[in-house]
Design a protein around this ligand. Structure first.
Ligand code: ADP
Ligand code: G6P
Length: 472
């Protein structure tokens, strides 16, 4: 049955901003969903009139009824247990995710997964078609929903369709491995405008269209051959920097940050890593570098401490289990070998925290270690420079989208090169205060001048500016 309500602005992402969790007694609790997509889109959607967010509510089974949370209208999509395994864990996170992140771990392909991916994309498309008002704006998000744009176009030729990829888009030589690659490209070409984190991602997509679909590509526009076009360009995402800045400067957060430092024994240098526990994030490389710096005596555990927050993620997938084992073993080893009584060399926390606590950690840290092997953007880097003390320092991997905007002013590293990573960490720790202050001033300005509202404005303006499509 179509939903009786329709909306002028409909977004669809695999996840809703909150997960509903039902306990054994049937009590439902709501918790914030993990990841940067939610951080960014929550700020864009909160309080927006005539808007709905379609997504999975975090539990398998029948979809719960639409509900309101935090000034957003949320419409759950149901996933069966099999679809969770095949569409979400399988095709999305065991085929596409590793392939789009430079195959840091091998990508796995199963025919059953692809069928489930198509079925779930169709379910999203149908729900979008039911909820969109005439000529509405539809904004589809991320790699889990790459077929949905063309499916929506088929059902509702009147609406404007945009899609944004929160993760990298791989070079065609890697993308070509994906079963059904042409269908996926045609799925995306159902949109009027496709947004990517970096120009390199948009270029990879355009190259894949040229090579695999043999369509004409002029500049950043794909000509489908029937008079229709799709534009693909970079629109780098950001955070709600003014809101985050205000929170970081509130008395409560300042006091909490001071307390955190005190609880850690007031170290001379507090290093911080904040990541989902994902093999793309370079956590193992970071720990290796830190462990060696302690072992060599370059860093003294009496002066320096590392706080590593590792949010639980995709815990049933083997690659994530293996990583968790490796990370926890290394943390244990470093602490066993180097921690003085009562002040661990690494404080490791494998859980989620309220927003204020995360911001207090950013305020407290002297150096943030953001060392992914590949990352679409990495919002943690932007959050850190917005919150930290004026003399904070950011160690940033060249393989993040954030490095495009934040290269000047951060301590850039290649996390694969442990020797140079160690040097970069030391450079950040030892840089003269004056240098750190001027670098941080620059970084903060970049993020405050380019917040998530501006990003959404750019994306929607590009979508609006896309040419009208001729009727099919
Ligand atoms: P990804 O989307 O790959 O997880 P990002 O760095 O872009 O990576 O975004 C992660 C977001 O999740 C940030 O807003 C960060 O502050 C938040 N976050 C990370 N770990 C936690 C945690 N343990 N508790 C709460 N929020 C977290
Ligand atoms: C990244 C992806 C999001 C995803 C998030 C959390 O940010 O771009 O699409 O929601 O990770 O991952 P999960 O698999 O838990 O949704």
């Amino acid at each position: 049955m179509p939903d009786p309500k329709t909306f002028d602005f409909v977004i669809a992402a695999n996840r809703l901003p909150v997960d509903q969790n039902t306990d054994d007694e049937g009590n439902v609790t709501i918790s914030r969903s993990p990841g940067g997509l939610v951080t960014a889109m929550e700020s864009v959607m909160r309080g927006r009139e005539g808007a709905a967010w379609i997504g999975w509510a975090g539990e398998t089974g029948e979809a719960p009824e639409p509900f309101e949370d935090n000034d957003m209208y949320l419409v759950p999509i149901g996933l069966s247990d099999d679809e969770h395994v095949d569409y979400y864990e399988g095709f999305s996170n065991d085929s596409i995710w590793p392939l789009y992140h430079d195959v840091i771990v091998p990508a796995t392909f199963k025919r059953r997964w692809r069928t489930a991916y198509e079925r779930v994309n169709q379910r999203f498309a149908q729900k979008i078609a039911d909820l969109a008002a005439p000529e509405a704006t539809v904004w589809v998000h991320d790699y889990q929903l790459q077929l949905a744009p063309a499916m929506v176009r088929e059902l509702r030729p009147d609406v404007r369709i945009g899609w944004f990829n929160h993760i990298p888009f791989p070079p065609v030589e890697l993308f070509m491995q994906l079963p059904g690659r042409e269908d996926l490209l045609w799925g995306l070409l159902g949109a009027d405008f496709l947004g990517f984190q970096r120009s390199a991602d948009a270029e990879n997509f355009l190259r894949a269209c040229r090579r695999l679909l043999h369509v004409r590509v002029r500049g950043d526009v794909v000509h489908h051959g029937d008079g229709r076009t799709t534009r693909a360009a970079a629109v780098p995402i950001s955070i709600d920097s003014h809101d985050v800045y205000a929170l970081a400067h509130s008395d409560a957060v300042r006091e909490r940050a001071a307390q955190i430092r005190k609880d850690l024994g007031n170290p001379k240098k507090l290093l911080l890593g904040v990541d989902r526990l994902d093999y793309t994030k370079g956590i193992r490389h970071r720990l290796k570098a830190y462990g060696e710096l302690l072992a060599e005596g370059t860093l003294d555990p009496a002066d320096v401490t590392l706080v590593q927050v590792a949010t639980p993620s995709r815990e049933r997938l083997q690659a994530y289990r293996t990583l968790r084992g490796q990370v926890e073993q290394t943390v244990g080893q470093i602490n066993g070998e180097h921690s003085p009584i009562g002040s661990p060399a690494v404080t490791y926390m494998h859980r989620s925290f309220p927003r204020e606590e995360m911001i207090a950690l950013f305020v407290a840290a002297d150096v943030a270690l953001v060392t992914p092997l590949r990352d679409g953007m990495n919002l943690v880097a932007k959050e850190y420079v917005t919150c930290c003390a004026d003399d904070g320092a950011l160690v940033l991997s060249e393989f993040t989208g954030a490095a495009t905007e934040l290269a000047r002013g951060s301590f850039l590293c290649n996390p694969h090169d442990i020797r140079s990573l160690k040097k970069t960490i030391m450079a950040a720790i030892e840089a003269p205060e004056k240098e750190r202050r001027s670098q941080m001033r620059r970084l903060r300005k970049v993020v405050l001048d380019n917040d998530v509202q501006k990003w959404a404005g750019h994306f929607l303006a590009a979508l609006e500016a896309a040419p009208e499509r001729p009727a099919s």
